[in-house]
Write a protein that binds this ligand. Structure first.
Ligand SMILES: NC(=O)c1ccc[n+]([C@@H]2O[C@H](COP(=O)([O-])OP(=O)(O)OC[C@H]3O[C@@H](n4cnc5c(N)ncnc54)[C@H](O)[C@@H]3O)[C@@H](O)[C@H]2O)c1
Length: 290
């Protein structure tokens, strides 16, 4: 199915939604980077609230396995969010599978830290391509489907939600590729929100604090705790636990962010009918808005 066919199919199926219950009853959602980490956790919460979910990931085997464990209303699809053709095809495949897209969660992201001296330009471009351009690709093709659905039923609303970061709200030392792309993501969210409101599409970012229990931080070999310990980033830290304690102390609510915390913000963004273009912090008070 190509994009034109997918738009027609989505129009035809606008009232053909699974009869489920919950806060996202009947909704069809796509979550990029859904094979693990925040994406998988958010998709789990969405599924339990009645959504049908596409777990779209570069790691398609893991996405398919996770989808199988969810049940009938989940499917794993391949996508490279940094490649527009791959995003377009995944969006078409999602529509072919479920009949439409009501909520698109642009969650896939990568992190490569480094000072200006250490950061290789190719690494900077890679992070930017996934985190910043990947969000543009997501909004471009998700909105094409949602606009078609809006033509079919002008009463309904749809949501594009970017999983941003607290690093999209305050700078992050020796982490400019990541923070710069996330700041840019908020500019995209505000601009997309202004552009897409005429098609009843709300666009919001959620800015989580650190998910310490997820693989990004806690992977025993490649996780950030181990990397920061080995790099001597936390003065005096001798163990992974020392590094963890240092980071935990930064948040007034003394713990890490969880997918459940992020999902609560996502349900708010979907249910709230009078807000768009916002960046919603979920940081335990570590980052406060001005
Ligand atoms: N982990 C944290 O502490 C934290 C904090 C704030 C914000 N975030 C944001 O949350 C999002 C998810 O982070 P996470 O910690 O769960 O990451 P993760 O590394 O655990 O998972 C990311 C997933 O995205 C997939 N992915 C990577 N590149 C991709 C691409 N080009 N196309 C498709 N899929 C791709 C990976 O295969 C993986 O399944 C990111 O946008 C990240 O910036 C994370």
């Amino acid at each position: 199915m190509n994009l034109e066919e997918a738009k027609e199919y989505a129009k035809k199926n606008i009232h053909n939604r699974p009869q489920t219950t919950g806060r996202l009853a009947g909704k069809i959602a796509v979550v990029t980077g859904g094979a693990q980490g925040f994406g998988l956790g958010i998709a789990t919460e969405m599924y339990h609230e009645g959504a049908s979910v596409v777990l779209a990931d570069l790691n398609v085997d893991q996405a398919k396995e996770a989808a199988k464990a969810f049940g009938d209303r989940a499917v794993g699809l391949k996508v490279d969010v940094s490649d527009p053709a791959s995003m377009e095809q995944m969006v078409c495949d999602a529509v072919e599978h479920f009949g439409g897209i009501d909520i698109f969660v642009s969650n896939a992201g990568v992190l490569k830290a480094g000072s200006l001296d250490d950061m290789d330009p190719a690494a900077f471009a890679f992070v930017t391509k996934v985190n910043y351009i990947g969000y543009f690709n997501a909004a471009k093709y998700a909105s094409a489907i949602m606009k078609a659905q809006h033509e079919a039923d002008p009463e309904q609303w749809f949501d594009i939600i970017q999983i941003n970061s607290k690093s999209g709200l305050v700078g992050s030392k020796n982490n400019s590729a990541y923070a710069g792309g996330k700041f840019g993501g908020i500019g995209l969210t505000q601009s997309f929100a202004l552009e897409l409101v005429s098609a009843n599409i709300k666009v919001n970012s959620i800015c989580p604090g650190n998910f310490y229990d997820g693989p990004l931080w806690s992977d025993p070999e490649r996780g950030l705790f181990v990397q920061y310990l080995n790099a001597g980033k936390v003065p005096g830290a001798k163990t992974v636990q020392d590094v963890k304690d240092y980071y935990l102390s930064k948040s007034p609510i003394h713990r890490g962010c969880t997918p459940k915390d992020v999902a609560k913000a996502l349900f708010y963004a979907v249910e709230q009918q009078f807000e768009t273009g916002q960046a919603i912090p979920v940081t335990g008070g570590q980052t406060m808005l001005n």
